[in-house]
Design a protein around this ligand. Sequence first.
Ligand SMILES: Cc1cc2nc3c(=O)[nH]c(=O)nc-3n(C[C@H](O)[C@H](O)[C@H](O)COP(=O)(O)OP(=O)(O)OC[C@H]3O[C@@H](n4cnc5c(N)ncnc54)[C@H](O)[C@@H]3O)c2cc1C
Length: 591
Amino acid sequence: MVLSNLSAGREVDTPVLIVGAGPAGLTASLLLSKYQIHHVVIEKYAGMAHTPRAHIINQRTVEILRDLGLEEPFRRIAMPWDLMRNTVFQTSLTGTELARRESWGTSPQRRGEYIAASPCQMANCGQHFLEPLLYQAAVASKYAEFLLNHEFVELSQSDDAICALVRERSHATSVLLRSKYLLGADGARSLVARQAGLNYEGEDGISASATIHFHADLSRYVAHRPGVLYWNLAPGAGGFRGLGTLICYQPWFDWAVAFSYRPEDQDGGDESKALTRLRAIIGDPEVDIEILNISKWTINRSVAEKYSLGRVLCMGDAVHRHPPFNGLGLNTSVADAYNLAWKLAMVLGGSADKTLLDTYNTERQPVGKQVVARANASIHDLEVVRHALGFEEDQIGEHAKSAVGRLFQPGPEGSARRDKLSAAVAGTDYQFNAHGVELGYRYNVGAIVNDLTIAEFADEYDEELYYRASTRPGCRLPHAWVQLDEQQVSTLDLGQGISFSLLSGVGGEPWREAARAATIASGVEINVYLIGAEDGPLDCYGDWRRLSGVSDSGCVLVRPDRHVAWRADSASIESCNALPDVVRTLVGVFL
Ligand SMILES: Cc1cc2nc3c(=O)[nH]c(=O)nc-3n(C[C@H](O)[C@H](O)[C@H](O)COP(=O)(O)OP(=O)(O)OC[C@H]3O[C@@H](n4cnc5c(N)ncnc54)[C@H](O)[C@@H]3O)c2cc1C
């Protein structure tokens, strides 16, 4: 392996090198530590996120934090679900309120669905609070070595190893890191992906955007209509977001405004223009404003055609790039890590063939592609709201003001305008109440074995808006509360470390022997839970029986990332005999 130019100083060997300590890299580190895999994490900067960016933390991410034992500390720093209720469309904070939408499943109509779907509720937590929490937990592990202020420069790979040249930034010395695998979690401008030769479909840099992070006590204007997003559609302010969107990070003093600008206007980084913008949005000259920083970013619409090449596996923004609408970037990045870490641990631990790693790409790339498409489609949904208000591109202020005025007019014209606005705002559910996108994705091809003998739902439903629990292989295991050792736990809590779980019910005893045989045949540990049986977890509300999708004695085989790998309708001799081959197929091991 030849690395050009820089000569290496220190040399380090590690099974896994993670490049980037953002949400994807930190989650991968925490999971590898949980699975007892030694690894090194390098991060270009000396500290964690100094700009706020992500904040909508969806149920799936909180479930992953729960699996990592971090749900409680996360709750302590996050803004609770109930306070996320309103998305407000307004001319400014002190101006006219145009519309409000109950969001993130908080409406009376959707609330039950969200509660039933998961042991965890969504929360709002700025990336500048979440990353330090993840980092503190990750750095405490004896399996992880963190090299902050170290920048990845170059890589070279052979059939059985990978070499990375890394620069220590303050002393300009270099380190040569040799590893079996390299995880590229280095964000939207990923050098790792570029050097590995990943190809992308789509387009980057579609428009220029910026975020102004600031502190101001805005409780007087928002506490009575709590929410995390306040869209400021000032008449005549132009652009699809008008003045910009207020994002609440901590009630009600830690804020950002995200807005798009024309690059030639140089609006992005100018502090005095930023202050003028904030004053226009807030509309109250008495409010004290402290600007903390201004960061620039671009709207992208691209996804890597393949997430990995050889021994380089990329994740997070490195492979899917899209606007923040729907709040999916961080969440998808964390889920990438959850999908990959157990596979890597099994391959390195010798209980799976390296072909298992190919399923990381086949499973996650389609999810990334869907997320990129969804987040970009949400831009259009917001355009529909602007049009319903009567706003047009480059319209002069007076025309736009009278368009807004017509919204409040009695009579058929005003009524039609109000109908149009209501329909447009309801359409933003694909951004603000898209439970199916957040929780309902499933893997159609990958580390799963399909049992085509069990029928799926025949009726159609909107798979973006609604989550529907299913044990079809590839789906996330449905959540049901069960009681184990006098404690209420979720079916999602039943897994242990790097093992598979086999969930069955009354009459499922033959699965114990089948699981033992499968472990001997494959080397994969399988924990069996007979939910509802005399010596198994109590099916408190009968939810597992209702959701399992198989008969009482049937089984649902669950992977360490709580996705269903296989299911069988009953504990028949054929099904039990099939289990060892199923597990071997899943992990690619044929002894
Ligand atoms: C305004 C805004 C709002 C958003 N809101 C949400 C939201 O509500 N919900 C949501 O899910 N997502 C949201 N996102 C998206 C979210 O911020 C990203 O998707 C997320 O940060 C991606 O995580 P990552 O770990 O893949 O990459 P990053 O967070 O970009 O982390 C990459 C890390 O790699 C490091 N690095 C880069 N190059 C190198 C190198 N050569 N060597 C070493 N280290 C390197 C970087 O310093 C960084 O720490 C938002 C984004 C923006 C801009």
